[in-house]
Design a protein around this ligand. Structure first.
Ligand SMILES: Nc1ncnc2c1ncn2[C@@H]1O[C@H](COP(=O)(O)OP(=O)(O)OP(=O)(O)O)[C@@H](O)[C@H]1O
Ligand SMILES: [Mg+2]
Length: 405
């Protein structure tokens, strides 16, 4: 039985074809993974299925019946629920209040609602406690509240957009157990990810999209991570050259006991030390929200360290502005599709990568300015802005997490 069938979906934005002739067929009681590179069009497709955007072409069928959604309310009425890439809970409300908000008609706001929440929590092993304040919850617990929230509204197909990006490995395992519970009860899950190992471990079927269009489907038992990656990028992957190390012993950037504090004195970075040598690739691993963004900001001069030093070749640059650092050869390629990338905006309204090309020395010099992130209630509850309570001072990248080429 097919839960959801998308056919020939096309969606254009000014200057971009985000989706082009996409086909996706999700069977009932399965986890269906949707994979593709950054910007491939995954979120757009899911927003279409969730009624947030209208497709220019194509059809949507739910339980074999063609539907047209003009809003998420329409999608919810047909059993489609979505947990977004960035959570949308109100921090200052309790779990129960967050869950019932906007759906008071279903089970009221009192004892009946509380009973329903407890029942769903138990049935799917979500461990959600109705009376806690959301701000007291860690990232994984918030995510379970979001999942419960869509189940409460009667969702039978759940869309999870990059749910594992914010989780540590044990939390990913727990989430996957929850997903298995959901499908055991006959629900369907559309799981978006570009972590291929995870996709192969949790999905029953996989649809790959590349540059906005479907390039194929796969089943995990017959697919290797490498094959999947090649479908995603559309070419054979190069075999990493392992012959000879290019690493020298000439230090290029030395970071020593770097500390960066948030307003109020909470450590965002604490005691970070490492050296990058000429000819070296240094990897930094960690779960989103543990200081990686702040470390990059400190290195390129968007934020200034509260203590510690950054040395470029022989010169200490800790207090240098971004422009001077760029002129001395520090380049920066932001991750795309996020606030970081889009926060470089040209006054003309163009966003873009030319701001970060090695040829333009400074965003400001070429007329690019940094846009302040908007503070909305939704933005303030994003996991990246509120680290899990357990980690008040983010762990520095451990030597084990760095790798040399
Ligand atoms: N509202 C919008 N207006 C204009 N362009 C958009 C809009 N939403 C998405 N796009 C563009 O459509 C393309 C697909 O974006 P989408 O967010 O769907 O990709 P994605 O696969 O979810 O990527 P990621 O892995 O980064 O989340 C991108 O080029 C993006 O910039
Ligand atoms: Mg996306």
């Amino acid at each position: 039985m097919t839960a959801v069938e998308l056919a020939g979906i096309t969606k254009r934005f000014p200057g971009v074809v985000a989706n082009h002739d996409i086909h996706l067929s999700v069977r009932k009681g399965t986890v269906h993974a949707l994979v593709g590179e950054n910007g491939a069009g995954k979120s757009t497709l899911m927003k279409i299925l969730y009624g947030m955007q209208k497709p220019d072409e194509g059809t949507i069928a739910v339980d074999g019946e063609q539907v047209g959604f003009s809003s998420p309310a329409d999608a919810i009425a047909r059993g489609i629920g979505m947990v977004h890439q960035h959570f949308m809970l109100a921090d200052n409300l309790t779990v129960l209040e967050n869950v019932v908000l906007g759906s008071e008609k279903l089970y009221g706001i009192g004892a009946k609602a509380r009973r329903k929440i407890k029942e769903l929590s138990e049935r799917y092993g979500l461990g959600v406690k109705p009376d806690l304040l959301v701000e007291e919850l860690g990232v994984a617990a918030r995510q379970r509240v979001e999942i419960l929230k869509v189940l409460y509204r009667g969702a039978t197909t759940l869309i999870l957009d990059e749910p594992t990006a914010v989780l540590v490995p044990q939390e990913v395992d727990a989430l996957f157990d929850n997903l298995r519970e959901l499908k055991a009860e006959g629900l369907s899950v559309i799981f978006i990810s570009h972590k291929l190992g995870e996709v192969l471990s949790v999905a029953d079927e996989i649809t790959v999209i590349r540059r906005g269009t479907t390039v194929g489907t796969a089943v995990p038992a017959e697919t290797t991570p490498r094959q999947l990656a090649e479908m995603m990028v559309g070419s054979e992957l190069p075999t990493p050259e392992t012959a000879e190390s290019t690493v020298t012993d000439r230090p290029v950037i030395t970071v020593d006991k770097l500390r960066l504090e948030a307003v109020g004195g909470k450590a965002l970075l604490d005691d970070i030390s490492f050296t990058i040598h000429a000819g070296e690739v240094l990897g930094i691993a960690g779960v989103e929200g543990n200081g990686q963004t702040e470390l990059v900001d400190a290195l390129i001069g968007l934020k200034h360290a509260d203590s510690g030093t950054i040395t470029l070749a022989e010169e200490e640059i800790t207090a240098w502005p971004t422009r001077r650092r760029r002129e001395q050869g520090i380049g920066y390629i932001p991750r795309t599709g996020t606030a970081t990338a889009s926060s470089w905006r040209h006054p003309s309204g163009r966003t873009a990568s030319s701001a970060t090309s090695p040829r333009s020395p400074s965003p400001r010099a070429s007329g690019w300015t940094r846009r302040r992130p908007r503070r909305t209630p939704a933005a303030s509850s994003r996991p990246t802005t509120s680290a899990p309570p357990a980690s008040t001072s983010p762990p520095p990248p451990s030597p084990a997490a760095t790798s040399r080429s």
